[in-house]
Design a protein. Sequence first.
Length: 262
Amino acid sequence: MSRFTLKLVALCISLTFAAAPSLGADKKDAKGHDKGGAHWTYAGETGPAKWGYLEEDFAECKLGHNQSPIDIPDASTRKGNLPSLRIQYKPTAARIIDNGHTIQVNVDPGNTFSVGDKSYQLLQFHFHKPSEEKINGKAHDMVAHLVHQAADGKLAVIAVLLDGGKDNPALKPVFASLPKQKDKEVPLKGPIDVVKLLPNDTGYYSFTGSLTTPPCSESVSWFVLKTPSTVSAESLAKFAKIYPMNARPVQPLNGREITATQ
């Protein structure tokens, strides 16, 4: 293979990850930059019940059969010896942006997780208040969605439920650097260690779902961690001042299977 061909392959791989959709934006790129599209919100005439009617590209929000988030019924979830999540995160440079719907942190390449024989690279993480996912009808104070993409373009999200409590070392620099302007990416000071956002026990619920924001695209692999992490009351208050509520209501299961680790 020539040197030119190798450079071309590397460029294609780079473009694949740069073009990943954002779960925290309407028609924004992976870095949260606006690319146009219909205005949508979490309430009123442009709220979740109306998303599927705002423009043609959002039709899956009303027509999809595997939509997210969901209320996970623990008692009826099939439990078994599922593969563990092999998480390989390291301290990384990151940028923060208020994209108009949430606070999002875009990270440099090199943070991955694998499950079974599939590997995914972390692109970004963002927040919803209260948690979009529920367990047996119960929501948590907040949730962090860690958005990953595989080499084939498929998306996977690790959802970390967050309850008010101890300060989280991974979140402290995020909430200390909240942008003062929307749609303007700001570098975080120093590296962020995303692994510290996770609980020690990474047992999970797994199901096939969708993006939880327009265009609500399906075929997203979801891994909702059973054990919550914590976020400080101060960080919760800072987020709530910007986004008091930015959670899509839970969607019908439509008979889909949910599995879980023992």
